[in-house]
Design a protein around this ligand. Structure first.
Ligand code: UFG
Length: 344
C-alpha cells in the first residue's frame, strides 16, 4: 500500500514541485492549502504531469479543527511536509503580527496534532536566512544563527527552535529541517512554476517578466559590494532538485535512517553566483536580451551567501544536479507558458 503524506502549501511554488516528485516516487499525497498565494488549478497541472491527482483540501493551517478533520478524513498519514507559510520579507516588516501568527501557529497546530494521529515525521521548510551574513563561506550547518533581519526570518529561526524543543520534551515525532538557499526555475514541462502576485520581489520572476516585456527594466540592487563584480552573491538551487531533497528526507524518516530525531541540512548547490553573472547566464542560455540598470542597494540584503552542501550530499545521498543554464531556461519557458495561457 502507498504511504500517505500530507503536504501543506502543496499548491504553492516549492510545494507543487514536491507533490509531483512524491507521487513519482510512489507516495500518496493529500494537499492542504488555503489558496492565499496559489491557484486551485495547480492540482490539475500536477495531475497532468504525474498522471495522478492528489487529494486537495482547502484548509488554513491556522484552523486547528479543520486540520484535525483532514487527519480524520485521511487516516494513516505518516508524514507531513510543511510549506504553508507567509514568505515576503518586506511585507513581514510591515505586518509582523500576521507573519508571527501565520507561521508560528500553523506549525504549532501540526506539532500538536501529529502525536494524536500517530504521524511520525515532519519536514520543515527553513532557510539560509537563519545564517544572516555568515563569517565563513561556504556556510555549513554548524555556522552560528545570526539575529534575524526581518520578522519573516525570525519565524524561520523560532520555528526551528519550536521543533527542537518539542522533540526534546519527549514528543514521539521526528523532524528534518531543510535550509533552502535560493530556489529558482520551473518544472521541465512548464506546467507548474512560480506565480508571484503583483510586482515580484525576487530576482528571477522580475528578470523573466522583464525579458517578456511585462516590466521595463530590471534593477540590479548595488554594484559596489565587496564581491568580484560588486553585485550580491547567492546560491541558486533548481526547484526540482530541491523538491527531490524532500522525498529523500521523508524516506529517511519513515525508514528509520536518521542519526537524530531532529536533523538539519543545507539544500544548495555550493556554487555562488552574482546578480550580474546570473543575468549574463540568462542571456547566454536563452538568447533573450535583458534590459537592466544598476540601482542603489536594497535595504537588508546579505552581501554574499552560498552553501556547503556536503553534509546533505554524503548523509542524504542528495546532490543538486541541474546546470544553471537548464535552470534558467526552465524559468524562461515557464514565463513563456504564462504568456501563451494569457495568465501574464
Ligand atoms: N535583486 C536585484 N533586483 C531585483 C530583485 C533582486 O538585484 O529586482 C537581487 C537582490 O538584491 C539579491 C539577489 O537579487 O542580491 C537575490 O534576491 P531575491 O529577492 O531573489 O532573494 P533573497 O536572497 O533576497 O531572499 C531569498 C528569499 C527569502 C529568504 C532569503 C534567504 O526570497 O525568502 O533568500 O537569504 F529568506
Amino acid at each position: 500500500m502507498k504511504k500517505r503524506i500530507l503536504v501543506t502549501g502543496g499548491t504553492g511554488y516549492i510545494g507543487s514541485h514536491t507533490v509531483v516528485e512524491l507521487q513519482n516516487s510512489g507516495y500518496e499525497v493529500v494537499i492542504v492549502d488555503n489558496l492565499s498565494n496559489s491557484r486551485a488549478d495547480v492540482v490539475d497541472s500536477i495531475e497532468q504531469i504525474s498522471g495522478v491527482r492528489p487529494a486537495f483540501e482547502k484548509v488554513d493551517c491556522l484552523d486547528y479543527e479543520g486540520l484535525n478533520n483532514v487527519f480524520t478524513k485521511y487516516p494513516g498519514i505518516q508524514g507531513i511536509i510543511h510549506f504553508a507559510a507567509s514568505k515576503a520579507v518586506g511585507e513581514s516588516v510591515q505586518k509582523p503580527l500576521l507573519y508571527y501568527r501565520n507561521n508560528l501557529v500553523s506549525l504549532i497546530n501540526l506539532l500538536e496534532l501529529m502525536p494524536k494521529h500517530g504521524i511520525k515525521g515532519i519536514i520543515f521548510s527553513s532557510s539560509c536566512t537563519v545564517y544572516g551574513q555568515p563569517d565563513v563561506l561556504p556556510v555549513t550547518e554548524a555556522a552560528p544563527i545570526k539575529k534575524a533581519e526581518s520578522p519573516y526570518g525570525n519565524t524561520k529561526q523560532i520555528n526551528e527552535e519550536i521543533i527542537r524543543d518539542t522533540i526534546t520534551s519527549g514528543s514521539p515525532i521526528h523532524a528534518v529541517m531543510l535550509r533552502y538557499f535560493n530556489p529558482i526555475g520551473a518544472h521541465p514541462t512548464a506546467l507548474i512554476g512560480e506565480l508571484p502576485l503583483g510586482v515580484p520581489q525576487n530576482l528571477i520572476p522580475y528578470l523573466t517578466q522583464t525579458a517578456m516585456g511585462i516590466r521595463e527594466k530590471l534593477s540590479v540592487f548595488g554594484d559596489d559590494y565587496d564581491t568580484p563584480d560588486g553585485s550580491c552573491i547567492r546560491d541558486y538551487i533548481y526547484v526540482v532538485d530541491l523538491a527531490k531533497a524532500h522525498v529523500i528526507a521523508m524516506n529517511r524518516i519513515l525508514e528509520d535512517k536518521q542519526k537524530d530525531k531532529v536533523e538539519v541540512f543545507n539544500i544548495g548547490t555550493g556554487r555562488g553566483l552574482s546578480v550580474l553573472e546570473l543575468i549574463h547566464k540568462f542571456e547566454e542560455s536563452t538568447g533573450v536580451k535583458l534590459n537592466y540598470q544598476i540601482a542603489p542597494r536594497r535595504a537588508g540584503d546579505i552581501v554574499k551567501v552560498w552553501a556547503d552542501p556536503s553534509y546533505a550530499n554524503s548523509e542524504l545521498g542528495w546532490k543538486a544536479e541541474t546546470s544553471i543554464e537548464d535552470t534558467l531556461r526552465s524559468a524562461w519557458n515557464w514565463q513563456v507558458h504564462l504568456r501563451e495561457k494569457g495568465i501574464m
